[in-house]
Write a protein that binds this ligand. Structure first.
Ligand SMILES: [Zn+2]
Length: 410
């Protein structure tokens, strides 16, 4: 059982109240299950629901079935919501299945009210705020896409994004996922009073790829924030450049000759296009310095980042730019949002790469591996692998208690 800090980490999945679309390629069907936590801010509760896409009739049903009344003492007092209060909703399609309203007080324990939809309508109660952490093994097989396979298991899209990060350096989930591929992930699940509210730490994973064979990856927290990924021998699985600059989505046009949709003729495509909804995060594939961050004619809102060894990466048609010229950026830092500015037929990211001033195919570059595990930490890491691998492989049962074998952050 742990307290407040974990819950606050969950709350950070959304900032201003608009739902973050974590699965960029998602269509309506893929979004049918969503768990989201938002701060009320300067909105009425009705406006919060509206911003989350809950229809008026469903909002009415929810509020009348869960609001605090004389008969429903443990109900939710919607009229007294304050800007700092946190609302967690589980949406299935446009229906609310679960709601929790959490009110923080500076001097007392928080007041948490929760309503769960059941056969006889909503059941509302005031709950203890402690979070339970349980280690879980999630495994499945790809029948069409990785997103659908994870969704079929009843898991949430954020799990795929975290999982893809483990192997994002080793393989390209956009182009190289195959029917029959198998995935396994060892992840902490967080429960508030028995109800799943989110994922905790992702420990490790296995991906059996039809193309690349079986890969095993262990995630290790870094002291300075972020994480490192190692295979079972302690070799780094990370590379200087990430494969892709956007969360999992689809490639709509690859590098090389193609028929240009606007110019109406064959032309070399100097990059890779990722179809993704406007607003999807765009991050730098490697550390570097922003060389350009402004409007640039046909490219629309454009960011160019210079990297070591003569590399440059190009991110075009953005709806928003989050960096300034001259700024240093870390690998995977948010630099802008997908858009359709400039000469573009719809929301997508055009991602280009140059080496010593000449365009190259970003998906065909080979990049150096990251540093191996520090020698002093190797024994500790191998002890972890020995303990964790049998669980990840489904040979040993998962422990009931807390995960205490990860070792300290590097
Ligand atoms: Zn393009």
């Amino acid at each position: 059982m742990i307290g407040l800090s974990v819950f606050m980490a969950l709350a950070s999945t959304s900032d201003g109240g608009s739902p973050t679309v974590l699965d960029a390629g998602a269509n309506a069907a893929e979004l049918r299950r969503m768990m989201i936590t938002v701060r009320v801010g300067k909105r009425t509760f009705g406006e919060v629901l509206d911003d989350l896409g809950v229809p008026g009739s469903e909002a009415h049903r929810l509020i009348s079935a869960t609001r605090k009344t004389k008969e429903r003492e443990q109900g939710i007092d919607y009229r007294r919501l304050r800007p700092k209060d946190l609302v967690t909703l589980r949406l299935v399609g446009q229906r609310v299945e679960f709601i929790e309203v959490r009110r923080e007080y500076a001097t007392e324990t928080p007041d948490v009210r929760r309503a769960q939809a059941g056969a006889k309508g909503f059941e509302t109660r005031q709950v203890d705020f402690a979070v339970d952490i349980k280690l879980a093994l999630v495994r499945g097989k790809v029948k069409s896409t990785l997103s659908e396979a994870v969704d079929d298991l009843g898991e949430y899209p954020v799990l795929i994004n975290n999982y893809v990060e483990l192997f994002g350096w080793a393989m390209d989930f956009y182009r190289e996922t195959r029917v029959g591929d198998e995935f396994t992930v060892l992840v902490e699940k967080l429960y508030l009073d028995g109800v799943f509210v989110g994922y905790g730490r992702l420990l490790s994973g296995i991906y059996k790829s039809g193309l690349h064979g079986e890969m095993t990856a262990f995630r290790h927290a870094l002291k300075k924030g972020g994480f490192a990924v190692y295979d079972s021998t302690g070799r780094s699985m990370q590379r200087a450049f990430l494969r892709n600059p956007v969360p999992i989505t689809r490639i709509t046009s690859s590098y090389g000759m193609r028929f240009h949709p606007i110019l109406g003729k064959r032309k070399k495509h100097n990059g890779v296009d990722y179809g993704a909804p406007t607003g999807t995060k765009v991050w730098t594939v490697a550390r570097g310095r922003v060389k350009y961050a402004a409007w640039a004619g046909a490219s629309g809102k454009l960011v160019i980042v210079s990297h070591a060894n003569g590399y440059e990466t190009i991110y075009a048609h953005l709806s928003r730019i989050h960096v300034r010229k001259g700024q240093y950026v870390a690998q995977r830092q948010l630099i802008g949002r997908v858009g359709t500015t400039g000469r573009s037929t719809g929301p997508h990211l055009h991602y280009g790469m140059k080496r010593h001033g000449r365009y190259v195919d970003p998906l065909r570059q080979r990049f150096a591996r990251g540093a191996a595990l520090p020698k002093a930490k190797k024994a500790q890491f191998l002890a972890r692998v020995k303990r964790e691998l049998p669980m990840l492989s489904g040979i040993e049962p998962l422990p009931k208690g807390a995960v205490d074998w990860l070792g300290e952050a590097l």
